[in-house]
Write a protein that binds this ligand. Structure first.
Ligand code: FEO
Length: 399
């Protein structure tokens, strides 16, 4: 580190930046990297809040040593056990064997199974607190945000919420740690992509957590990824409130799977008619090119979704299957759906998309064009009818 990163006089950021890992959780792309945030509170007692992924552990341990300047840690607060935050626990325990590990009853079985750590545990429950001297830590359980053991820690004397993954973001902290020090426009998609990809399945637990924490006087939010929020707290809380209620804007995401361009032609035709009917925000993705991470993020933004696939071995195209599986698995809510496809003989693509429509239970547009080989005029007429149906519904919802 070489410079201590104070967030208050006695609280330090000791996290790390990871620009080497390409995919988070071995699935989600990290074009701008990711930060693992951890914090140290130096008081009469010393507390470390969360740790980092083991790939950046050496730097992390150095950061802590520098801040502690020969002192030992008294507590390690484990808000979340996913290994991007718990990955350095065993090394910390070896370095500070007297340190008490603070978690809840769901934390400790994971701690033992992942790392074989089972001593010096201090269980806390909802509303429990620990006094460090000038700092007081209060614990609140926020289950399924986004794991069952997740909790947050509120330092009540300074109004600092250590929020775990909640309010986090992809993207490294490039020379800055606070929201008002960095270029938030540059990180905008990384913030929403973090929510939609990682937390998005858990809208209701997020709403529950927002209600539970709503009464706290929060002056700073220290998440485990992304910037520390101190100036734009209301904005990020409002975004989480909107996203977790699946509230979206007027617009339409069109995703197609096309081997030889025929299904793509239909997608372009549908887009043109949507624009003619006054829908301006159109996002078209080729499922073979764009990772589901970005497509899902757009689907969290816009109400309309139109999916089209060629038939492939009597089924939907594999990259479309990946996307619709993920959407079903996440249980994304409250969209208007249109589907279309193409086939050269028996079909299968549109059939699977219709099955998806049944499973996901979104409102649907009745017209479902399916071209035989290459689309002809009658297919383009159907595409227009599908676009008309979508545009009409979006206008009704947003006028
Ligand atoms: Fe950033 Fe759920 O771990």
């Amino acid at each position: 580190m070489h410079n201590k990163n104070n967030i208050t006089e006695k609280i330090y950021w000791v996290g790390t930046n990871d620009r080497r890992t390409h995919i988070f959780e071995n699935y989600w792309p990290l074009p701008k990297g990711v930060a693992y945030n951890s914090y140290v509170i130096v008081d009469e007692k010393v507390a470390i809040v969360d740790t980092v992924e083991k790939g950046t552990m050496d730097e992390y341990l150095d950061n802590i040593e520098e801040v502690l300047d020969g002192r030992k840690a008294d507590y390690l607060i484990v808000n979340h056990m996913e290994p991007d935050h718990s990955g350095s626990i065993r090394s910390l325990v070896e370095r500070y064997p007297e340190m008490k590990i603070v978690g809840n009853k769901k934390t400790f079985p994971m701690l033992e199974r992942y790392y074989g750590v089972k001593d010096n545990l201090m269980e806390v429950r909802e509303g429990d607190s620990i006094d460090l001297g000038e700092h007081k830590l209060n614990f609140y359980m926020v289950p399924m945000l986004h794991w069952p053991e997740t909790m947050v820690t509120f330092e009540s004397n300074n109004g600092i919420l250590f929020s775990g993954d909640a309010f986090g973001a992809f993207g490294t902290l490039d020379g800055s740690i606070f929201d008002d020090e960095l270029d938030l426009d540059y990180l905008e998609e990384e913030i929403s992509r973090y929510y939609s990809n990682i937390v998005g399945k858990y809208g209701r637990p997020t709403q529950n957590a927002l209600k539970k924490l709503g009464g706290l006087e929060i002056k700073m939010i220290c998440a485990t990824h992304g910037p520390i929020w101190r100036t734009h707290i209301a904005d990020i809380v409002a975004k989480y409130d909107k996203w977790s209620q699946y509230k979206t804007d007027e617009g339409c995401v069109i995703v197609y799977s096309s081997m030889y361009g025929n299904t793509e032609k239909m997608a372009d035709n549908i887009a043109r008619h949507l624009v003619r009917k006054g829908i301006k925000k159109i996002r078209i993705h080729d499922s073979s090119k764009t990772h589901p991470s970005y497509i899902i993020n757009d689907i969290f933004r816009y109400r309309g979704v139109i999916l089209g696939s060629c038939a492939y071995n009597g089924d939907v195209f594999p990259t479309m299957e990946t996307l619709i599986n993920e959407l079903e698995h996440m249980g994304v809510k409250d969209h208007v759906l249109g589907v279309f496809g193409s086939k050269s003989w028996g079909g299968g693509g549109l059939k699977r998309l219709n099955k998806f429509a049944e499973n996901i239970k979104w409102e649907t547009i009745e017209v479902t064009p399916e071209a035989l080989c290459a689309p002809g005029q009658e297919d383009f007429d159907q595409c227009e009818a599908l676009a008309d149906g979508m545009a009409k519904r979006l206008k009704e919802l947003y006028s």
